[in-house]
Design a protein around this ligand. Structure first.
Ligand code: C2E
Ligand code: MG
Ligand code: MG
Length: 328
């Protein structure tokens, strides 16, 4: 495998182009299963090797059930969208100062007819890895924009946030499709926020930065999701023209008991504010976290203490009852 790997390190020549190749190997050893099953296991192992940045990986027999599921999951996702098994849940976002719901984050949900609910991180991750995220993104955007437009038309100002995979930022037609979508539903662009992760890699890509700038010119808001995890640096905070920073839940959860988490969150809020960015705290699971965030002048809170992800109908009901309460 080492030798084969070296062979592929030389660029291949196709017509007059020189093309760089990367190869990874998956190995399945000595089981009595059918050739097709063993091949499927080896493919999954190769895929994991590529994801982990390794040259090769042995297939783990313990994840046997997992392997065939992982392979079929991707091919099922597109059809699941068409069959109506995929839907969008909305998790409310709370204005910390006024304690009112000002919007929601749209989160993809897949209820499989046999397996039941499948975790978003599982199918979103697989779709991203295999370059198949486009259809899911378009589906969630369509639902979220339509839903937000419907609520805004009732005279309730409501923002919706949609997660965008970094790959969509290299999709040339995206900005055009998005502005057509907003126009079709009559939603003001500033009522939509696009949440981006993997922003460290984005900051180095001129193409992605150009796209973010075009989206901002359109009037759409940009948020940096899961801030503080991965390779967040001060440099990319400065370079990415985001309006909003979402502090990852792993820091927020500990702010009551853990001094360093508290200091990190507090100083990130200060830093973001001085750069003119709004701050959203994710993973607000308890009331006392919310009170502390109010003290730190955090702008927006999201988490189980505010509300779990729910259907659009449940959210609309909650918004209406909140309005009645504040009018009374
Ligand atoms: P995210 O964008 O950071 O979304 C927040 C995740 O935290 C959601 O998980 C939400 O259910 C969970 N969460 C919210 N509040 C709390 C809390 O108080 N405590 C705890 N323990 N968890 C909380 P979910 O829905 O499983 O989504 C996981 C990730 O999958 C999302 O993380 C996002 O990166 C991705 N994702 C979800 N829907 C989409 C989508 O339509 N497109 C793309 N590209 N990614 C998506
Ligand atoms: Mg998000
Ligand atoms: Mg997040």
């Amino acid at each position: 495998m080492e030798a084969l790997y070296s062979l592929f390190r030389n660029p291949a020549r196709v017509a007059c182009f020189s093309i760089d190749l990367t190869v990874t190997f998956g190995v399945e050893v000595g089981s009595g299963r059918s050739l097709a099953n063993r091949l499927a296991s080896a493919l999954v192992a190769a895929d994991e090797a590529a994801h982990d940045g390794l040259k090769w990986k042995y297939h783990d027999p313990e994840s046997l059930e997992d392997a065939s599921w992982k392979l079929s999951m991707l091919s099922q996702l597109d059809e699941a969208i068409d069959r109506g098994e995929v839907w969008v849940a909305y998790q409310p976002k709370l204005d910390v100062a006024t304690r009112r719901i000002i919007g929601a984050e749209a989160l993809a949900r897949w209820t499989h007819p046999e397996k039941g609910p499948i975790a978003a991180s599982e199918f979103v991750g697989a779709a991203e890895q295999h370059n198949r995220i486009g259809k899911l993104t378009d589906f969630v955007l369509e639902k979220a924009v339509a839903g937000a437009a419907q609520i805004n038309k009732r005279g309730i100002h409501f923002d919706v946030a949609v997660n965008l995979s970094a790959r969509s930022l290299t999709d040339k037609g995206f900005t055009l499709r998005l502005s057509a979508l907003l126009a079709r539903h009559g939603l003001a662009p500033n009522c939509l926020t696009l949440e981006l992760t993997e922003t460290a890699a984005l900051a180095d890509s001129g193409e992605a930065l150009d796209m973010i700038t075009r989206l901002r010119d359109l009037g759409v808001n940009i948020a940096i999701d899961d801030y503080g995890t991965g390779q967040s640096t001060l440099d990319y905070l400065k370079r990415i023209p985001a309006n909003e920073i979402k502090i990852d839940q792993s820091f927020v959860k500990g702010i009551v008991d853990n001094r360093s988490d508290r200091l990190m969150v507090q100083s990130t809020i200060g830093l973001a504010h001085s750069l003119g960015r709004k701050v959203v705290a994710e993973g607000v699971e308890h009331r006392d976290i919310l009170d502390l965030l109010a003290e730190f002048k955090c702008d927006i809170a999201q988490g189980f203490a505010v509300g779990r992800p729910m259907s659009l109908e449940s959210l609309a009901k909650r918004l209406a009852s909140g309005r009645r309460r504040s009018a009374a």
